[in-house]
Write a protein that binds this ligand. Structure first.
Ligand code: SF4
Length: 423
């Protein structure tokens, strides 16, 4: 099957469906990093630390505004991402969490995650996070090989990553995730095996493994183009991915999403909201949201964001909340989520999960069966062995996850931009 064939969608018109009821997932963007890693194209910056106080005030103001505009809805998960949230003083995290709790109904069992750099984590900071209610820590380890960490421009070494993990456990964190990268220039399969072994020996509750992508206009792309670094080998990266699947499965982890493994019951609830196309609100520059039938994103520049929030006055908050925040606040791009767009999102995000797309949940949400929505694509993919379809729903067989992109591309709605994971 040629995945480049144009996709013909049935015409489905009408307003967006009511997305699954339930609490919002809240993403809080922290755009500060002590140094900028040469491979990174996230909306995050080094050497803007003087902006931190104004930035935290602007963020608190955006949180208060959304709380009022959305009438203080329930929040099921909070995720501090970036950037490097652990680079902020822990008192700023406390300020932000206090603001969220004042404006939203935060569920008693809310999952509250904070992304961290190993070099930032000491006993005092970890204790402060726990006091504030942070109950899930994600540590950006990336590798346990000092040479590869230096090549990646990371500001920690393998020993400090181990110390940070052990400090998190000693402080009392019961849900700790480790992020690793593979398919790196000059990385051998043996080095990857050693990094995996080191990771498993720490017994994290969750792990996210990402293949390096050399992003355009990054210093790493320049190094690859100039021959200073070899281009990553996709076949070797595929072998590394399969090695990880084997090792983690043998150690009892559930491979619940293409790039994520967890101990039973410790899957990332926040990221599951994205993969299940449930509503989420992102605050901070460049953050994406999917609320009230709209998909939208904030302007990207932290300075412009601070200026915009300083000018915001919510004296008149009548009308559509997203329209208000576009007119007076930091929202820059808005896209109406038609049923056709929502369905494409559900296919492209839901098929990343081991459980795939639930037939019953899909029908409850859209009033049609999964097959009614995309019969042609489903039938072709089933014949090609790329999709399983049964009464439970549809999913990509585990042994085809490496080729997931060939499936996702079949469900792209030409009218939308890519539903990349929000940040
Ligand atoms: S620490 Fe993370 S967010 Fe910051 S520059 Fe490095 S990869 Fe990007």
């Amino acid at each position: 099957m040629d995945a480049r064939q144009p996709v013909i969608f049935p015409v489905i018109s009408g307003p967006p469906s009511a997305p699954a009821d339930g609490p919002l997932a809240l993403y809080v963007h922290i755009p500060f990093c002590e140094t900028k890693c040469p491979y990174c194209d996230f909306n995050t910056y080094a050497a803007i630390e003087p902006l931190m106080p104004e930035y935290v005030a602007a963020l608190a103001s955006e949180i208060e505004s959304w709380g009022a505009l959305l009438d203080h809805p329930q929040i099921g998960t909070i995720f501090f991402g970036g950037g490097t949230p652990s680079y902020l003083p822990s008192s700023d995290i406390e300020t932000l969490l206090t603001t969220v709790r004042g404006e939203f109904a935060v569920a008693g069992d809310a999952e509250i995650t904070l992304e961290s750099n190993p070099g930032d984590l000491d006993a005092a900071k970890l204790a402060a996070y726990l006091d504030q209610g942070v109950n899930r820590l994600s540590i950006g380890v990336q590798s346990f090989d000092d040479g590869l960490l230096a090549m990646l421009g990371r500001r920690h070494d393998a020993a400090s990553a181990v110390s940070a993990f052990e400090a998190a456990r000693a402080a009392g964190f019961e849900n700790v995730s480790i992020d690793l990268m593979f398919g790196l220039p000059n990385q051998t399969r043996e080095q990857w095996g050693e990094t995996l072994s080191q990771c498993l020996s720490l017994e994290p509750d969750h792990t996210s493994l990402y293949a390096l992508t050399v992003e355009p206009n990054t210093p790493m792309e320049h190094s690859v183009n100039s021959g200073e670094l070899p281009e990553p080998d996709p076949d070797l990266a595929a072998d590394m991915y399969l090695d990880a699947c084997d090792g983690l499965e043998r150690s009892g982890y559930s491979h619940y999403e293409i790039s994520n493994w967890a101990r039973a019951g410790l899957e990332s609830r926040h990221n599951l909201a994205y993969w299940r196309s449930s509503p989420y609100l992102g605050v901070g520059p460049g953050a994406h949201s999917y609320v009230s039938g709209h998909r939208f994103a904030n302007l990207k520049s932290p300075r412009a964001y601070i200026g915009r929030m300083a000018d915001l006055s919510l004296d008149d908050i009548s009308g559509d909340p997203v329209a208000v925040m576009r007119r007076d606040g930091p929202v820059a791009d808005v896209e109406e989520a038609t049923i056709s767009i929502e369905i494409s999102d559900v296919f492209m995000m839901g098929l990343r999960l081991s459980g795939g797309i639930s037939a019953r949940a899909f029908e409850e949400r859209f009033g049609m069966t999964v097959r009614d929505a995309r019969a042609e694509q489903i039938d072709e993919l089933v014949v090609a062995g790329m999709l399983v379809s049964d009464e439970a729903g549809i999913r990509i067989p585990h042994d085809r996850w490496l080729m997931g992109n060939e499936v996702f591309v079949r469900f792209i709605d030409d009218s939308i931009s890519s539903p990349a994971l929000p940040r």
